[in-house]
Design a protein around this ligand. Structure first.
Ligand code: FAD
Length: 586
C-alpha cells in the first residue's frame, strides 16, 4: 500500500451505498425495525442531497380508490408487453398508498383541487396508471428528500458524502463491506458491515445535470461480487429541447402537448392513431428518428393545445426547476409560449441487479433497492420511480433487518485484499505518459459509439456490431490509459469505467434480443418473439466474464394473462398481429 494513503475505517451494522430515495427509505425502515443498530449511508455526491430525488418534480404514483392493484397490474402487464414481474409489481403496488401517506405524514403535500380532492394526471394512455403531482411544482422531490433526512437525523443514522465506493469486500462468499475514497480529500476508506444495501441508482451516460450521477458502479460492483444483472438492453431515450435539458414531460403530453414535424404534422398520430403523442418517450423518440431520417425534421414541440388553467401543474414555481426554465427562456426558448426544437437524448440504462422480491441478491449479505434493481423494461410512466424506489427501499430495510437478526457476525475483511483493491482504485491518480486520456475524452468516445439512432433508438444488427467493436476497443485500449489529476477526477474516471461496462452490456444485450418489445425496438426484428416474453439475464461465464441467459416469463403461473401488447398500438413498420398474446383462460 502506498504509505501516503491514509485509510479511515468505519464499522457499522448496515452499510447503504447511495443516499437517494431508495437508500433513505431503506435506512428509515431498518432503523424502525432495529432501533439502536448502527446504520451508515455513503454517497459519492453531497451528504444528504437525496440523489436524483433532489431534482424530481415530486410526482408520485399510488394505487388509490376506486382503482385496485389488479387494475394497475393489468395496465402494467400490457404496457410492459408482458415483461412484468407480476409478484414483484403486486408487492410494490400494494404498498404504494402507504408510502404516499407516509410522505403526507412527513409534511410533503400533493396537489389538490379547490374542493380538496387530490389532482391526478393519467399516464401514457393507460386506463388506470396515474400520477399525483406535488403541490409545489419545482421542489416536490427536494422536500421529500429533506423530510426523510430529518427522520434519519432523529434516528442517529450516520450519513457521509463525497465518498465513492469502488469495490465490495467479501469473505467466504458473503459481502462484508466496501472500499473507496473521498473525492475531495483523497482519503481511502474501508467500511466493515453486517449487511450491505446497494441503492446506487442506474447506469447511464452523463448527458445532463439530472443524469450526471447514475453511471452504473452499483451494477459493475455487484456483478464483480457474484450477483446477476438483467434488462441491460433497455435504456431510456428521453426527448429534450435541443439547447438545454428540461424535465416534466410526463404532465405535458397527457394534458395536450405534442410533437410536430417540419410540415407541422402531428406525426405520432400517424404512427399510433390510438395513442397519438400521449405515450412513452421510447415511442415518441422512435417516431422522431424516423421523421428526421425521412427528411421531415426538425421536430418541434407544440404547446398550443395546452389549457391556461393547467399551467400551474406545468410551469415550475420555485426551486432549481424554475432556474432551468429561466435558463431556457434566456436562450430564447420559452417552451410554454414558443414552439421549440426538441431532440431525442440518451439518458440512463434500465439494467439492474437481479433480486428476489424482498431485495435479496444471489450474494449473501448483499441487498439491492430502487433503480439499482431493474424495475421496468425501458418504458416508464411519470411518478413510477418515486413510488418504486420508496417501496423497494422500505422493503429492503425490513429484509436486511430480518437477515441480520439471524446472521453470524461478519468476518473481518482480508486486509491484504482490501489494500490491493484500494491500490488498484488509486492507480490512475497522477498517472503519467504522453498517451494518457482524460475521463471526458473516453466518455465522449463511448457516447459517440452508443448514441447514433441505429444503436440506441431504431436499433439494427450491423450498427450494433459496429458499436460493440468500438466499445470493446475503448475498454481494451482507452480505459487503461485514463489518468486523473486529483481525487475529483479519480471519481469521474471510475464513473467512466462503469459507463464503459454498462455500455458494452447494453450493446451486447441489444444484439441478443432479436425482437421488438417494450422499450427495445429492432428495425431488423420489428415484431415480438412468438415464443413469448423472456428476460435476458447477465450471468458469469467460465472466465467470470458476462454471458447472457434467457428466462421465460412464467405467464402461466401468474394471475394476469397477456391479452394485448402496448407496442401493437404503433405502426413504425408494418406489424403483423403479435404472436405472443395468450388467450385469456376461460
Ligand atoms: C430532473 C428529474 C426529475 C424527476 N422527476 C421525477 C418525478 O417527479 N417523479 C418520479 O417518480 N421520478 C422522477 N425522477 C426520477 C427519480 O427521481 C429517480 O429515478 C429516483 O429518485 C432514483 O432513486 P434511487 O435511490 O434509485 O437512485 P438515485 O437517486 O440515483 O440514488 C443513487 C445514489 O447513489 C449514489 N452512488 C452511486 N454510485 C455510488 C458509488 N459508487 N459510491 C457512492 N455513492 C454512489 C449517487 O450519488 C446517488 O445519490 C426525476 C429525475 C430527475 C433527474
Amino acid at each position: 500500500m502506498k504509505n501516503t494513503l491514509k485509510i479511515t475505517r468505519v464499522e457499522t451494522d448496515l452499510l447503504i451505498l447511495g443516499g437517494g430515495s431508495a437508500g433513505l427509505w431503506a435506512a428509515h425502515r431498518f432503523a424502525e425495525c432495529m432501533p439502536g443498530r448502527r446504520i451508515c449511508i455513503v454517497d459519492k455526491g453531497p451528504r444528504d442531497w437525496g440523489g436524483l430525488m433532489a431534482m424530481a418534480g415530486g410526482d408520485f404514483e399510488a394505487v388509490l380508490p376506486p382503482d385496485t392493484v389488479d387494475d394497475w397490474l393489468e395496465d402494467l402487464v400490457y404496457y410492459f408487453d408482458g415483461l412484468c414481474d407480476q409478484p414483484l409489481m403486486e408487492a410494490i403496488l400494494s404498498r404504494s398508498a402507504e408510502r404516499m401517506r407516509d410522505y403526507e405524514r412527513f409534511g410533503c403535500e400533493f396537489f389538490r383541487t379547490p374542493d380538496g380532492n387530490l389532482r391526478s394526471v393519467p399516464q401514457r394512455g393507460l386506463p388506470h396508471v396515474r400520477l399525483y403531482p406535488a403541490r409545489v411544482k419545482g421542489r416536490g422531490g427536494e422536500l421529500m428528500a429533506k423530510s426523510l433526512v430529518a427522520r434519519l437525523k432523529d434516528a442517529g443514522v450516520t450519513r457521509m458524502g463525497r465518498i465513492m465506493l469502488t469495490d465490495y469486500l467479501a469473505r467466504d462468499g458473503r459481502v462484508i463491506g466496501a472500499a473507496g475514497f473521498h473525492c475531495v480529500s483523497g482519503e481511502a476508506y474501508i467500511f466493515h458491515a453486517g449487511a450491505v444495501i446497494a441503492a446506487t441508482g442506474m447506469g447511464g451516460w452523463k448527458t445532463s445535470y439530472g443524469k450526471n450521477t447514475p453511471t452504473g458502479e452499483g451494477l459493475r460492483m455487484a456483478f464483480a461480487a457474484g450477483a446477476e444483472l438483467q434488462d441491460l438492453e433497455f435504456a431510456r431515450v428521453w426527448n429534450m429541447p435541443r439547447l438545454f435539458a428540461w424535465e416534466g414531460q410526463t404532465h405535458l403530453f397527457p394534458l395536450g402537448a405534442r410533437f410536430v414535424n417540419r410540415m407541422g404534422e402531428n406525426f405520432m398520430s400517424r404512427y399510433s392513431p390510438v395513442l397519438g403523442p400521449n405515450t412513452d418517450p421510447h415511442f415518441t423518440t422512435v417516431g422522431m428518428a424516423l421523421e428526421i431520417r425521412a427528411g421531415r425534421g426538425p421536430i418541434i414541440f407544440d404547446v398550443s393545445p395546452l389549457r391556461d388553467e393547467d399551467m400551474v401543474l406545468l410551469k415550475p414555481q420555485t426551486g432549481w426547476q424554475k432556474l432551468n426554465y429561466e435558463k431556457l427562456c434566456g436562450l430564447g426558448l420559452d417552451l410554454f409560449k414558443n414552439n421549440t426544437e426538441w431532440v431525442p437524448q440518451m439518458t440512463v440504462s434500465h439494467g439492474g441487479i437481479r433480486t428476489e422480491i424482498d431485495g435479496s441478491t444471489a450474494v449473501a449479505g448483499l441487498f439491492a433497492a430502487g433503480t439499482a434493481r431493474s424495475l421496468e423494461p425501458g418504458v416508464y410512466a411519470g411518478g413510477f420511480a418515486l413510488m418504486t424506489t420508496a417501496v423497494t427501499g422500505h422493503m429492503v430495510g425490513e429484509t436486511a433487518a430480518a437477515w441480520l437478526r439471524n446472521a453470524d457476525a461478519a468476518p473481518a475483511p482480508d486486509e491484504a485484499e482490501a489494500e490491493a483493491l484500494l491500490e488498484r482504485a488509486f492507480a490512475p491518480l497522477g498517472r503519467e505518459g504522453a498517451d494518457r486520456l482524460t475521463p471526458k475524452q473516453v466518455l465522449t468516445g463511448i457516447q459517440t459509439a452508443v448514441f447514433p439512432h441505429d444503436v440506441s433508438i431504431v436499433k439494427n444488427g450491423p450498427a450494433l456490431e459496429r458499436a460493440l467493436a468500438e466499445i470493446r476497443r475503448i475498454r481494451e485500449e482507452d480505459v487503461p490509459r485514463m489518468a486523473a489529476a486529483d481525487p475529483h477526477y479519480l471519481l469521474k474516471l471510475h464513473e467512466v469505467v462503469s459507463v464503459a461496462f454498462v455500455s458494452e452490456l447494453f450493446v451486447r444485450a441489444s444484439l441478443e434480443r432479436k425482437e421488438s418489445r417494450a422499450g427495445h425496438f429492432r428495425e431488423d426484428f420489428p415484431h415480438p418473439d412468438p415464443a413469448g416474453p423472456a428476460w435476458l439475464l447477465v450471468r458469469h461465464g467460465a472466465d467470470g466474464r458476462p454471458v447472457f441467459a434467457r428466462e421465460r416469463v412464467p405467464l402461466e403461473k401468474w394471475r394476469v394473462p397477456l391479452t394485448r401488447c402496448y407496442q401493437d398500438n404503433f405502426a413504425f413498420v408494418e406489424r403483423k398481429a403479435a404472436g405472443n398474446v395468450q388467450d385469456r383462460p376461460s
